[in-house]
Design a protein around this ligand. Structure first.
Ligand SMILES: C[S@@+](CC[C@H](N)C(=O)[O-])C[C@H]1O[C@@H](n2cnc3c(N)ncnc32)[C@H](O)[C@@H]1O
Length: 401
């Protein structure tokens, strides 16, 4: 089949994409119908990835320049953007299982004059990374960005990443990870989840636990740097460290379960082997953001990455993440609408709750996972009391005394 093409500019890259007409009906555009996948909505994902990779290369990479792998490349746009926009890359190994994608990605590599930096392989993602491992290529960054579940590809990615390397993972099977399809979640991720109010963060924590267990198999440990939810997917960035002792420590300290209190509408994380059939398990119970890393991403975005197409949205997202990352502790965010509904009361404005928590000496912020959520180091039961208090009409509006 001959492909009709269009050209788009994204970041600093110029790329041929299949003519969007291939995937359009009268009022609908479905990227998955394109002969080679290109989703304009994922520009945010690519923009934030460019920033995060630069932050990693500048502050955390054990050496420079680094070698990156992008084994689900489709049009090649992501690999090309990494090469053009991130300083400190030696090579990007890109791949795709679909021959048409490989042909288009190679044409795009030439269009951007990157033949010396980006190599495109026609291969299954696992085959590509294991080949690089066998050949001793010192890979420090792998970006897993497939359709749907990343589960089958995590282990090979972990296996190839060198000491203090970076792993980025997109999961678009959000409904599964957030507990709407518990059977599929059990099968794909070995996790027991059901849908509870902070569901998007549960999805992130279930995915992190899955990745952590795969890392432990290889005597490796992971540490999340940045995690977020947007549109229809979740995305996580993690440092991968080597060492059986580190892996043991991670299993002991960072994994546990989540309990949801149906009477109060609150969710709580618990370390270790949790008893009880109602617990969601295994769940990553430690931090999901790194304060310094998120601060450097924000700084980079506001500096040299102001040109990004999704600048304003990325800024809103990273500002919230940075604020959330400053809240210490082991808490998941709480949904104020759920707490209020269980307490049979109106939902007080979020800004009032935040002000009151801070006035009482707690840390508190909004959360990127939902506009009706709060992240705080205050005890969840104290928050329930506060929601009840603040939802009462104030005396001045209560009518004659
Ligand atoms: C969601 S698209 C990737 C989008 C791309 N990373 C971007 O940012 O535009 C997924 C791609 O993975 C390819 N793919 C699916 N299964 C694969 C596998 N097992 N190994 C390698 N590529 C695969 C598909 O052909 C498709 O091009």
């Amino acid at each position: 089949m001959r492909l009709r093409l269009a050209v788009v500019k994204e970041g600093k890259a110029l790329v041929y994409i299949p003519d969007p007409e291939h995937a359009s009906s009268l009022d609908y555009f479905e990227p998955a119908w394109l002969p080679v996948f290109y989703n304009p909505v994922m520009e945010l994902n690519r923009d934030i990835s460019v920033v995060a990779l630069q932050a990693y290369v500048e502050a955390l990479a054990p050496r420079r320049p680094i070698i990156a792998v992008e084994p689900f490349t489709a049009t090649g746009v992501r690999a090309i953007r990494y090469s053009l926009e991130v300083e400190g890359l030696e090579a990007v190994y890109a791949g795709d299982i679909d021959g048409r994608a490989v042909a288009l990605a190679r044409a795009n590599v030439s269009l951007n004059g990157l033949e010396n930096i980006v190599r495109v392989y026609h291969a299954d993602a696992r085959e590509l990374v294991f080949r690089l491992k066998r050949e001793g290529v010192p890979v420090l960054f792998v970006d897993i960005d497939p359709f749907g579940t990343p589960a089958p590809f995590i282990e090979s990615a972990i296996a190839v990443i060198g000491r203090s390397g970076l792993l980025a993972v997109t999961a678009t099977d959000l409904a599964v990870l957030e507990g709407s399809k518990p059977g599929t979640a059990k099968r794909r991720y070995g996790v027991r989840v059901e849908r509870v109010p902070p569901s998007k963060e549960v999805a992130v924590r279930a995915l992190l636990a899955f990745i952590a267990l795969r890392a432990a198999m290889h005597d490796k440990a992971v540490k999340p740097l940045l995690s977020y939810y947007a549109d229809h997917y979740i995305r996580v960035f993690l440092i991968v460290e080597r060492g059986a002792v580190k892996a043991d420590r991670m299993l002991e300290h960072d994994l546990g379960c989540l309990r949801y209190d149906k009477n109060l509408g609150i969710a709580e994380l618990e370390k270790g082997n949790c008893k009880g059939s109602e617990a969601l398990y295994p769940i990553w119970v430690s931090r999901i953001f790194d304060e310094e890393f998120t601060a450097s991403c924000l700084k980079l975005l506001e500096g040299r990455f102001r040109y990004l197409g999704t600048y304003k949205r990325s800024l809103r997202l990273l500002k919230t993440v940075e604020e959330e990352s400053r809240i210490e502790g082991w808490q998941i965010h709480q949904r104020i609408d759920s707490i209020a509904s269980k307490a049979r009361t109106n939902m007080p404005p979020i800004h009032l709750i935040l002000e009151e928590l801070k006035r009482r000496g707690f840390k508190a912020s909004r959360t990127l996972f939902t506009p009706v959520g709060v992240r705080t180091n205050a005890d969840a039961r104290l928050l329930v009391g506060l929601v009840k208090e603040l939802s009462k009409p104030s005396r001045s509006h209560a009518g004659p005394v």
